[in-house]
Design a protein. Structure first.
Length: 185
């Protein structure tokens, strides 16, 4: 009888370990899904930037520094390894600052602000920024859930055994970079 009880406990412990492992896999997949969402929104934003720069360039040809800064930051952000969350966050923060400067240049040109093309690009960029903010929240929530399980006992024993590690949050380090470019024309 004692043998059956011990055997039953071993089976229950084994089932619990399988549950923990599957929960870790599920949470890791949610983190990957979250990162994919961020990556898609960053790509959409990156694709809008050349059109935006060209629209502003047509009106403000002498503002070369603002155009070059946006182009350089876009290129730098695109060159970051997708697995480098912290590096990507820094690069995207610098791109956001450069976009803010570009919009400041555009502010000085009333005909540009009245341009339907520019307004459409601005609206598209704002939409992408909102979607990017939601994607960041989802990703960071998934990272938090995974990190809690990776650190908690007894799941930390299973996580360590099978190579599950904590993930990095998608954070912007400089508070000035945290601001989403707000433009009102």
């Amino acid at each position: 009888m004692a043998t059956w009880i011990v055997l039953g406990l071993i089976v229950l412990i084994g089932l619990y370990l399988v549950y923990i492992y599957n929960d870790l896999v599920r949470k890791r997949q949610m983190v990957r899904e979250g990162w994919s969402g961020i990556d898609v929104q960053l790509k959409r934003r990156s694709d809008l930037i050349p059109n935006l720069v060209e629209a502003v360039k047509g009106y403000a040809t002498h503002e070369r520094a603002a155009f070059e800064a946006v182009t350089e930051m876009r290129t730098r952000a695109a060159g970051i390894d997708p697995a480098d969350v912290a590096g990507r966050a820094r690069a995207e923060g610098m791109l956001t600052q450069a976009l803010g400067k570009l919009f400041a240049v555009a502010e000085a040109y009333p005909e540009l602000k009245a341009s339907a093309n520019f307004r459409e690009l601005q609206s598209s960029l704002e939409s992408v920024e909102d979607a990017l903010q939601l994607a960041r929240r989802y990703y960071n929530g998934a990272v938090r859930a995974l990190n809690v399980v990776v650190e908690s006992f007894p799941s930390n024993l299973v996580a360590r055994r099978f190579g599950f590690t904590q993930e990095e949050y998608f954070e912007i380090e400089d508070p000035a970079e945290r601001a989403v470019p707000r433009v009102s024309f």
